[in-house]
Design a binder for this molecule. Structure first.
Ligand SMILES: *Cc1c(COP(=O)(O)O)cnc(C)c1O
Length: 400
């Protein structure tokens, strides 16, 4: 089905941060399959883990013990201080699990219509419950009736969440630590701490969607770790399998007691293959010191972008957490994606006017230089063109 407007290119192989198309042309992948291939393409450790597991066992179902699933659960729990984990196959499924946990906790408290606070500009997926939690009216159009029990407030506004404290139906706050699809929106430092406090005061679950920000993307295993708090529910997917589909819903404390036998399930989720791949991803990030790499390369890129873009009109903002970058322009800039492709660079535009970079966590300084050298001239030419012809948009950011 035509659910995507595809770019006119087909890749046939990849190596590290490079992709090669059917004609042998090479592209620097600064998008990582939308924050999935954090270790780049054809990483030998991942290839070996998949190969070795596939020689032994691919699938048995969750009716039996699964060694790789137990090992992955232990590893993830140790890295996050979470306690119990449900494995599935995608981000949306991980979020569905989180939403079901919140609702079940509500019902156990005698709340007939449990509510979840979600944010403006949020993205949580495309299934019906996650689409309801997603803010984009464009994505929701034609798919009603959506679900009840979601309360939307502005992002990056702890007071707006606190203001709902009198609502006796609410059981959880569900939020991305950095909004990815929403425009790479980075909240004020202390935002998650403030939400944690409000949740504690009201006996609400703090549920973090770290599907894009997790698995090292921000320079921490998970972004919440920068604020020294713990969520009650944490969702992960995208970078967890480096391209092998896997999602996870991690829980602790009261939330870890939800969803007993028969209350939730999946056929494929947590199978030996995807869990072996994810274990190899986590081991590789650890053994190759990639969290440190993310921190240092991201600082370097930020400095280069700030220096080289400083004299260009129409740059509204440069935002980042680790290797999640948003360059907000004063005009809709979708055409830059095709121009970058022609220049051998894969990038993305989100929220209409924000260039998004999600390069692999293995990116070196030399590769970062190539990225910046290919990107900056395109932005300059674009801003030049627009600056002469079009009316500048209002300078307020897409982010709240
Ligand atoms: C991509 C994404 C999702 C949805 O994940 P899928 O695997 O596409 O279902 C949910 N939340 C966030 C923050 C995401 O970036």
């Amino acid at each position: 089905m035509q659910t995507y407007n595809r770019l006119p290119v087909t890749f046939s192989r990849g190596q590290g941060v490079w992709l090669e198309d059917q004609n042998g042309r090479r592209y620097l992948d600064a998008l990582s399959g939308i924050a999935v291939c954090g270790l780049g393409h054809s990483h030998p450790r991942i290839t070996r883990a998949i190969f070795e597991q596939s020689q032994r066992l691919l699938h048995t179902s969750n009716l039996y013990g699964i060694e790789a699933q137990s090992l992955l659960a232990q590893k993830l729990a140790a890295l996050t201080d979470m306690e119990k984990i449900f494995f599935c196959n995608s981000g949306a499924e991980a979020n569905e699990c989180a939403i079901k946990i919140a609702r079940q906790v509500g019902h156990q408290r005698g709340i007939a219509t449990p509510g979840i606070i979600v944010m403006e500009s949020a993205f949580h997926g495309r299934t019906l419950a996650t689409l309801t939690a997603t803010a984009n009216p464009h994505a929701q159009k034609d798919f009603g009736p959506l679900l009840d029990g979601f309360y939307r407030v502005p992002f990056n506004d702890p007071d707006a969440v606190r203001a709902l404290s009198d609502n006796r139906d609410i059981v959880a706050v569900f939020v991305e630590p950095v909004q990815g699809e929403g425009g790479v929106c980075v909240p004020e430092t202390g935002y998650l701490q403030a939400l944690r406090k409000t949740c504690d005061n009201n006996n609400w679950l703090l549920m973090l969607d770290e599907i894009q920000t997790g698995v090292g993307r921000t320079g921490h295993w998970y972004a919440f770790q920068a604020e020294g708090i713990l969520p009650d529910v944490l969702t992960s997917a995208k970078g967890l399998g480096n391209g092998i589909p896997i999602g996870a819903c991690l829980t602790r404390a009261l939330a870890a007691q939800a969803l007993g036998p028969g209350s939730h399930g999946t056929t494929f989720g947590g199978n030996p293959l995807s869990c072996s791949a994810a274990l190899a991803v986590l081991d590789t990030i650890e053994q190759e010191g990639l969290l440190d790499n993310v921190r240092s390369v991201s600082r370097y890129i930020l400095e280069e972008l700030r220096n080289q873009l400083s004299d260009i009109n129409g740059i509204q903002d440069i935002r980042n957490r680790g290797l999640m970058f948003g360059i907000e322009l004063a005009w809709p800039c979708g055409e830059l994606v095709t121009e970058a492709l022609e220049a051998g660079l894969l990038i993305n535009v989100t929220a209409g006017n924000t260039l998004r970079l999600l390069p692999p966590l293995i990116l070196t300084r030399e590769e970062a230089d190539i990225l910046v050298d290919r990107l900056v001239p395109l932005i300059k030419k674009f801003a030049d063109r627009r600056g002469k012809s079009a009316v500048q948009l209002a300078p307020d950011s897409v982010c709240q």
